[in-house]
Design a protein around this ligand. Sequence first.
Ligand code: CMC
Length: 428
Amino acid sequence: MEKAQLHLEGRTYELDVVIGTEGEKALDISKLRDQTGYITVDVGYKNTGSTYSQITFIDGEQGILRYRGYPIEQLAEFSTYLEVAYLLIYGELPTRAQLEDFEERIKARTLIHEDIKKFFDGFPSSAHPMGVLASVVCSLSSFYPESLDPYAPDEVVERNIIRLLAKVPTLIAWIYKKRMGHPYIYPRNERSYVNNFLYMMFGMPTYDYEPDPHVVDALDKLLILHADHEQNCSTSTVRTVGSSRANIYASVSAGICALWGPLHGGANQEVIEMLEMIKADGGNVQKWVEKAKDKNDPFRLMGFGHRVYKNFDPRAKIIKQAADQVLNALGIHDPVLDIAKKLEEVALSDPYFIERRLYPNVDFYSGIIYRAIGIPVEMFTVMFAFGRLAGWLAQWWEMRRANEPIVRPRQVYMGPGLRDYVPIAKRG
Ligand code: CMC
């Protein structure tokens, strides 16, 4: 095994060099503190690998994304979300019989406990869908106490994974119904997974509803593209929470909260709001690009930039094409898509964005598709959570099966040195 040498305070230490399947290089510092008394500092974990994972590979320089070795382009074109979920969770593509069995097990659990309806009653209809989803997903743990056992056998973990895949679409559709003041629509399990979700979202008890097949396909593709993205903020959160042996519902709920932020999944809502704002302001794209470059202005181009991708985000490429396809198929002309394309063109020829290697990310065009299929802007991030669920579950299970230790970073303390307490009477 190759070693790296560290020279510190007149001594030389050897660190193991770790090489990943795709040639990714790392230094193993796990014994560093014991050997040297030093820790490493890496705020925001920009250079820190938190685990060894077999699920997703990203090469940010070359714009490569693969799930279990399969290129995202092939999966997005030929697979379905549930097949991809199976792949992420179990590590291999299913046979036809395995996939049918997986789908049947999910279908058998799409209903949610009737008492959960009362939770929905308690939220104001203006509640942000991410807050509601996080709360209700966490509360599912109280309906399935077997999930609380940190040493439960695989079959119990698997059952709860299936439950989450089955129930989250129903919960999301019901969050929408509550917002709209419409009656809840129960799942119809003769429908496919994505068709069923759209049926629960947009169906009504007063008429038959059949979603447009273009919409079903577009949504399936979006879910696949969002399904996993290795150790991003929300996935790391899911693994971190799970590392304390917290249950899977609590861990996924924490992931939903992490995803909510505008620098992560919340960016898809922010992108459409930004594009609308630019449109309302007269569509002067250059003006907003200048604002994004101005360090005294907090405005950033939402949907631009990525911690890992430095040439292009392969998901954004596929989504941009899909946005054109679905809007054409539905006969929609969305002026916001024109603004988005113009913004991309102006930004990508600007030295500020070129030098910093800032490109459109997955969130830049996804909202345009969501909007075309009738999903309100406040629900965009919930749709991201819907797709990411498969990845969170796969990553949580991988972490548990590897019996990873509790996540507990260290810090470098920079606060005041020791000082004596002064009673309040003497403090003035
Ligand atoms: N607009 C303008 N400037 C930007 C942007 C942007 N969207 N993104 C990064 N920069 C600048 C930033 O100011 C910094 O400049 P300087 O070196 O002069 O200080 C430089 O580029 C590096 O940025 P950073 O914030 O240090 O990079 P990061 O890796 O910490 O952040 C990011 C990555 C995605 C949070 C950031 O690019 C960003 O805030 N983008 C907008 C929000 C967004 O679209 N988020 C969705 C990410 S993709 C979906 C997901 O997986 O979550």
